[in-house]
Ligand binder design. Structure first.
Ligand code: UDP
Ligand code: MG
Length: 328
């Protein structure tokens, strides 16, 4: 079999006929001196994208094309690309040229310095709506607060992943995928390269707010169980209020019985304590649901960075099995 290439460039494509040729040209240019493959994943496009990709693959043997039967969504398309990419390093880039392909050279340099995940940090997002920028800004900050994983801020899927990282991500069977978080989750050394996000070269965004919403829910549910713990926290709060209120009411009842309407004291005390009890039980259920969610994701329990004087056991999750620096 032919040796695997050094670099795979994975490009998800959904109805991108307007930019595909331009995209290919820029990618071919940056990778012309490299041992690289360009893997386009057509995510069920309904325009002429597939035909254009066929043409490109005929002319350039470095172009590989994977066509999905229907539109499975951006994250699924990138996942398919990661499964089929053979490179020692894999770069994921959108087809619309919002992320400059020329940055790949810098990504490769960082990778050769020993980083396993190199992502682009969007310093400026031009050509995107105020709503998209603001929601992304706040969303990433909230997610980072809630999650234990070190998910970098203002970062998209434009990134380089080393082979060990791709292997670990491929071994994560979860269905609701948030690849940015998954790459961070693997725990390998990561670094960022700042860049200015351009407006789309042509065509329009395939991420309406509905899809953005779904992606954020996937990110939150995939990387934090914090919302499920709200029940327990609220229960504690209500219990404290109930305790203070009960004492106050009882003292009032004894000192100024005439001031209080008959039955109000017992009613309030019962309602508050029942509220606390119910929230507490919901919190308990939440803890179980959180654990079920974590089990259901089926992620590896740990990832091995490297070993000394020890061969990793065969049944362990994949990760960096080879010695550091190999394959570079
Ligand atoms: N994309 C895809 N499947 C989809 C939606 C988008 O493969 O269901 C691709 C799209 O062709 C592009 C990339 O994912 O290459 C990012 O999409 P888009 O530029 O529309 O998102 P935005 O940059 O507006 O967030
Ligand atoms: Mg885009």
């Amino acid at each position: 079999m032919k040796n695997p290439p050094l670099l795979s460039i994975v490009v998800p494509v959904y109805n991108e006929e307007a930019v595909l040729l331009q995209c290919y040209r820029r990618l071919a240019e940056v990778s012309s001196d490299l041992d690289a493959e360009i893997l386009f994943v057509d995510d069920g496009s309904r325009d002429h994208s597939a035909a254009i990709l066929d043409g490109l693959a005929q002319r350039d043997p470095r172009v590989k094309v994977l066509l999905l039967t229907r539109n499975f969504g951006h994250q699924a398309a990138v996942t398919a690309g990661l499964h089929h990419a053979c490179g020692q390093a894999v770069v994921v880039i959108d087809a619309d040229l919002q992320d400059p392909p020329e940055l790949i050279t810098e990504f490769l340099r960082r990778w050769q310095q020993g980083y396993d995940v190199v992502y682009g940090i969007r310093t400026v997002r031009s050509g995107e709506s105020w709503f998209k920028r603001a929601s992304a800004h706040w969303f990433y900050r909230i997610l980072r607060r809630l999650s234990d994983v070190d998910i970098p801020l203002d970062v998209g899927d434009f990134r380089l992943l080393s082979r060990p990282v791709v292997d670990v991500i491929n071994a994560m069977p979860e269905h609701h995928r948030f690849l940015r978080g998954m790459a961070a989750w693997t725990g390998f050394r990561q670094t960022g390269v700042p860049y200015v996000r351009q407006p789309r070269a042509a065509g329009h965004s395939k991420y309406p707010w509905r899809r953005m919403w779904r992606l954020s829910v996937d990110a939150l549910t995939g990387f934090t169980v914090a919302p499920l713990r709200i029940g327990t926290r609220l229960a504690l709060l209500v219990a404290v209020i109930a305790a203070i209120f009960s004492v106050w009411l009882i003292v009032q009842k004894m000192t100024h019985p005439a001031n209080l309407v008959l039955g109000w004291t017992s009613l309030m005390v019962t309602v508050l304590w029942l509220g606390a009890l119910q929230l507490g039980v919901i919190g308990m259920v939440g803890e179980y649901v959180g654990r079920i969610a974590e089990e259901a994701r089926g992620r590896p329990l740990y990832v091995i960075g490297r070993t000394v004087n020890l061969e990793p056991a065969e049944s362990i999750p994949p990760g960096r099995r080879s010695m550091p620096g190999s394959g570079r």
